[in-house]
Each structure stands twice: as structure tokens, then as C-alpha cells.
Design a protein around this ligand. Structure first.
Ligand code: PLP
Length: 404
């Protein structure tokens, strides 16, 4: 196997949290699909903001307010470049993927969904890309359709084609499954949605840390993700949307910042992105997020992907004949989801924790997907750039003991 040239030791040195003992053992952190750890640069940027620049943004004319505003808006430009949106105004800050999806579901539906319209989601969606659409359907009398999942954890693209019709107004689909690791053929899914005149929201929560994202090339209408899954702070999300749609959609929340002029007789709304950014945002963490993007750019997604693929291959080979793996698609990110015969996933998770190994256990907020496979949940090990093959070897040995 080709060995990656990255200096993983020096990358690990950037992550203070990794250098500790848990239950008397060196921490092995394999819960990266839930949230990644944060490099020093992100922690320092947040600390620097509170120590030197803390002020509310956009409205102040004093120096601190100007510095805070400039740093906040710098992150918007970084995100614009990171996902290659046409304009920085198409980047809206939210508190996470969940809020980004809720924003679109609520606001897009008010503008464009009526009784009898159809919304398509997939059978491998995270709950945060299911429930908002169920609510839209209940409120507006629309109909929810679901793309089935095949045995290897891939979407049934033929069935998807058959679900599409002139009634389809929105397709909301995950790019990379958090529970299985499957990389969906999102470009084809987007093209098919557009061929019947539907709009498409891509849940990119698990994709952005591993794959190059170019929203213009993808031609998606909306793209949602969370900073905390790509080495950034919690409480920051991104919604990318095409200008013409964002301009046509009503505000999601109301209050300060999203207005142009308020009179008791009526209010006019601000331009995008501010129309969708009511109230004081999470300034410090948005500023910290820029350092996370810089961290990723400095390594390069192509190198990250290559290295993580080596980790995936190593772990999959080690697990293959010992456990039942769920999610064996050809195109995958570094996620191993599995069940140990005769052992509840929670017990497995607790026993691994006793050895300092952090994995996720349960339904991973994808209950319908678990039901599809006839299971309650899995043990999930998900890898990031700071993980090593040596850590995987310790993990495989621990799993082997559990199997026995
Ligand atoms: N979508 C996917 C695919 C996810 O993996 C997650 C989080 O695990 C979410 C949405 C929700 O993200 P957040 O909790 O950051 O809003």
C-alpha cells in the first residue's frame, strides 16, 4: 500500500486534546463524524477575539467593532472561496447544518411549496434532513417521497428517476452518509432533479471535510454544512444558496440585522445574506472557523482524502472477517460502521471507552436507515487527518477481543 507523505506527527501536535489519557490509556479519538477536534490555530483565534477585539458587529463605528466586523466578514470570503460560490452574499451563517436545512425548509416552502407538490429525500438522510421536510409536508399538504437504499448502502438511482416528476419541487439529499460513509453520486442526483424543474438542497455535513466542494460546478441550489465537522468550532453552520432563490425567499427569523427599515406600519428587509442573519451571530466562533479552513487548505483536501483512504482500507481489512460491516459502497469516506454478533453496540462502545477508544454507537440520527437494515444501531469508527494506522491496530485488537 502506498504510504502517505504527510507528517502526521506534526499534524497531531496541533491538536492539544489528543494528548491525554482516558481511563488510563492514550486517547484514540474515532468519533470524527460526530465532531472533529480543533487545532491550536482555531482555539487561538477564538481566544484572540475575546482578548482583543470583542464587540458587536456591523453596527458599531468604533475600532473594536470595525475589527470584529472585518474578521467576521473575512470568514465569509474564506467560505466563499472554500466552496467556490459566485458571490460572498450567497454564504449565510447559521448555527449548523440543522439550522441551515430548517431555514431552507421553512422559507423555501413558504415561497414555493403548495398542496400536492412533492419533496424527495433519500433513505439515508440524517434526521435533520428528514424532520424539517416532514413538517413542511404536514403544514403545506405536500407529499414526501423517499429514495430507497440498496444492500451495499448505495442509493437506488433507478428508483430515484421514477420518483421524479413535474410535481417534484425539492430534492433534499445527503452527499456523504454519516452512518455508512457512502459518497452519493450527487452530481447525477442534482442533474436529475433539475431535469424536472425541481430545486435541490445538498446536505454536505459529512462531505466538506473529505471532498473538494465546488457549488458552481455541482450546480446545487442549496448546500448546508457545519464548521465543527471540519476542525472548526461548534455553533457555526453554513448555508449556501443561489442568489436568485435567496432573494425570492422570505426571512426565516426576524429581529435586528435582517431589516432595512422598521416602522409600525411595516418593515422592509435587508439584502442577502443579512436578511437571513437575524440577531447577534456567533461572532467568535465564525472568526475561529476561518482558521479551520486555513488548516485544511494548508494540508490540501487531496492529501487528506488520500491519507484517510489508507486508514479506511486498513481498518476495513482488519474488520472484514470479524464483524458485520454496514456500508460497503465502492465510493466511501473513512467511516466503518459495524455490528459485533451477539453484542449490543452500547456494550461494545463502553468496553472500547474503557480502553481509551472513543467511537460512536447507536442509530447515528438515521433511524429509518437502521430500520432498512433491520438493526437498532451500529458501532461507528470514523477517521480524521490526525488518526494513525497504529491507533487502528490498537482498535482492531480491542474489537478482536470483544468478538471472542
Ligand atoms: N447531516 C449529516 C449527514 C450529519 O452527519 C449531521 C451531524 O451529524 C447533521 C446533518 C447535523 O449537523 P449539526 O448537528 O451540526 O447541525
Amino acid at each position: 500500500m502506498h504510504q502517505s507523505k504527510l507528517n502526521i506527527e506534526s499534524i497531531r501536535a496541533e491538536f492539544p486534546v489528543l494528548h491525554q489519557q482516558v481511563n488510563g490509556k492514550p486517547l484514540i479519538y474515532f468519533d470524527n463524524a460526530a465532531t472533529t477536534q480543533k487545532p491550536k490555530s482555531v482555539i487561538h483565534a477564538i481566544r484572540h477575539y475575546y482578548e482583543f477585539d470583542n464587540a458587536n458587529i456591523h453596527r458599531g463605528i468604533h475600532t473594536l467593532a470595525e475589527r470584529a466586523t472585518a474578521a467576521f466578514e473575512d470568514t465569509r470570503v474564506s467560505v466563499q472561496q472554500f466552496i467556490n460560490s459566485r458571490e460572498k452574499e450567497e454564504i449565510i451563517f447559521t448555527k449548523g447544518t440543522t439550522e441551515s436545512v430548517n431555514l431552507v425548509a421553512s422559507s423555501f416552502a413558504k415561497a414555493f411549496i403548495k398542496a400536492g407538490d412533492e419533496i424527495i429525500i433519500s433513505g439515508m438522510e440524517h434526521h435533520s434532513n428528514i424532520v424539517p421536510w416532514q413538517i413542511v409536508c404536514e403544514e403545506r399538504g405536500a407529499v414526501l417521497k423517499v429514495i430507497p437504499v440498496l444492500d451495499h448502502g448505495e442509493l437506488d438511482m433507478e428508483a430515484y428517476q421514477k420518483l421524479l416528476s413535474a410535481k417534484t419541487k425539492m430534492v433534499a439529499c445527503v452527499y456523504v452518509s454519516n452512518a455508512l460513509g457512502t459518497i452519493n453520486p450527487i452530481k447525477k442526483i442534482i442533474e436529475a432533479a433539475h431535469s424536472v424543474g425541481a430545486k435541490i438542497l445538498v446536505d454536505g455535513a459529512q462531505a466538506v471535510a473529505h471532498l473538494d466542494i465546488d457549488v458552481q460546478e455541482l450546480d446545487c441550489d442549496f448546500f448546508a454544512f457545519s464548521a465543527h465537522k471540519l476542525y472548526g468550532p461548534t455553533g457555526v453552520g453554513i448555508l449556501y444558496g443561489k442568489r436568485e432563490l435567496l432573494d425570492a425567499m422570505p426571512p426565516y427569523q426576524s429581529g435586528g440585522e435582517m431589516i432595512k427599515e422598521v416602522r409600525f406600519e411595516g418593515t422592509t428587509y435587508n439584502e442577502i445574506p443579512y436578511k437571513f442573519e437575524a440577531g447577534t451571530p456567533n461572532i467568535a466562533d465564525v472568526i475561529g472557523f476561518k482558521s479551520a479552513i486555513d488548516f485544511i487548505n494548508n494540508i490540501g483536501k487531496i492529501h487528506i482524502r488520500k491519507y484517510e483512504n489508507e486508514l479506511l482500507e486498513h481498518c476495513t481489512n482488519g474488520l472484514k472477517n470479524k464483524v458485520t460491516l454496514y456500508g460497503t459502497a465502492l465510493q466511501k469516506v473513512a467511516v466503518c460502521s459495524f455490528v459485533i454478533k451477539g453484542m449490543h453496540h452500547f456494550d461494545a462502545g463502553m468496553m472500547l471507552d474503557a480502553k481509551g477508544i472513543a467511537v460512536r454507537t447507536g442509530h447515528h440520527c438515521t433511524q429509518p436507515l437502521m430500520e432498512r437494515f433491520g438493526i437498532e444501531g451500529t458501532v461507528r469508527a470514523s477517521f480524521a487527518i490526525y488518526n494513525t494506522k497504529e491507533e487502528i491496530d490498537v482498535f482492531l485488537e480491542a474489537v478482536e477481543k470483544l468478538v471472542k
